[in-house]
Design a protein around this ligand. Structure first.
Ligand SMILES: [Zn+2]
Length: 182
C-alpha cells in the first residue's frame, strides 16, 4: 500500500469487469452471469466462496470462539474459515482448527449444515459448510484470530451474540441431539 486507502464501491455479485488472466476489459455479461474476455476467450463467473465451520461438543457443551478480528470482531463464531484453492472441505477444517485452537482435530461424518450468507463490508457471498469435529487433544491454545474460547450450554445459546445465525442453529442442533459425535 503506497497511499491512503480510498473508498471504492464494489458489488459482491456483479460480474467482473476485467480478465484475471490478462487484464483486458471483459465483454458485457451474458444472462448466465458469465463474462467473456475478447483477448483470451475465457469466461469468468462470480461464485460464493466456500467456508467450513466446526461444531465441537463435549460433556453437553459446545465450543464457540470470540472473534479477535474484523469483520464481526468481538462476536461469537465457530472454529473454521475459508477453504484454500483445491482444498477438500474436511482437510480445510482440520487446518483451520489447528490454526485457531492449536490442536489436531478429526472430522466426523458428512456435512451437517449448508447455508449461504454475506461476509464483510462488501457483503461477499459465502457458502458455509458445517461438520461435527472431535479434538484429539484437550490442550487448546487459541491463536491469531481467536480472542477467547467458551464452552456453552444449550440454555446459554440465546444470550450469545453470534456473528452468523446459521452457526447458532448448527450448535443448537448438535446440543439438542446430545451426541457431538464423540
Ligand atoms: Zn483474457
Amino acid at each position: 500500500m503506497t497511499g491512503p486507502v480510498q473508498n471504492v464501491p464494489f458489488s459482491p455479485a456483479a460480474p467482473y469487469k476485467f480478465c484475471p488472466a490478462d487484464g483486458t476489459r471483459l465483454e458485457a455479461p451474458r444472462p448466465s452471469g458469465g463474462a467473456t474476455c475478447p483477448l483470451c476467450g475465457r469466461s469468468w463467473y462470480r461464485n460464493s466462496a466456500p467456508a467450513v465451520g466446526a461444531v465441537i461438543v463435549r460433556d453437553g457443551r459446545a465450543l464457540v470462539t470470540v472473534r479477535a478480528i474484523e469483520p464481526e470482531k468481538g462476536r461469537i463464531d465457530l472454529p473454521g474459515g475459508f477453504l484454500e484453492v483445491g482444498e477438500h472441505p474436511a482437510d480445510g477444517l482440520v487446518r483451520e482448527v489447528k490454526e485457531e485452537l492449536g490442536v489436531e482435530a478429526k472430522v466426523l461424518g458428512n456435512p451437517v449444515l449448508l447455508a449461504t450468507h454475506t461476509y464483510g463490508e462488501d457483503g461477499n457471498w459465502v457458502l458455509a459448510i458445517g461438520f461435527r469435529v472431535r479434538l484429539k487433544d484437550e490442550n487448546i491454545h487459541p491463536t491469531d484470530d481467536v480472542a477467547e474460547i467458551k464452552w456453552v450450554s444449550l440454555e446459554e445459546l440465546d444470550s450469545l451474540d453470534f456473528a452468523w445465525e446459521h452457526d447458532k442453529r448448527l450448535v443448537r442442533a448438535a446440543l439438542e441431539n446430545g451426541d457431538g459425535g464423540s
